[in-house]
Design a protein around this ligand. Sequence first.
Ligand SMILES: [Zn+2]
Length: 131
Amino acid sequence: MNRVDTAAILEEIAAYDQRDITADTITHWHTTIGHLTKDVASEAVSIHHKTSSFRITPEQLLDITNHITTRQTSAPRPKQRAVLAAYQVNGAINDHCPNCDAQPGHTCTAATGEEAHSPCLARLVGKTTAA
Ligand SMILES: [Zn+2]
């Protein structure tokens, strides 16, 4: 954002808490949040005022945008959804794996040391015989 964008964000904030906006205020905020896009900064202002009645600081705004960024990049990719579907078979994901020692809720580890695309057979069989 440029300073004009940052000033616009501050005006959004002032609509909530009636704060005074000076050139110093804009400089202070712009130093902290100037690298953000205006859309993200604006969304963070909105989120803050839905969840808090306190006056927002630039650091808090930055913290909220970190969550927004995390949320957008951590959305499951189709491949991950397919992997998790395999673990739903027989509810295997809910059980400890007797083969690779995966804890309930965690995926199995393949021989390569990476996340296995499907649960160990022992985990599936164990569930079947226990039921
Ligand atoms: Zn396993």
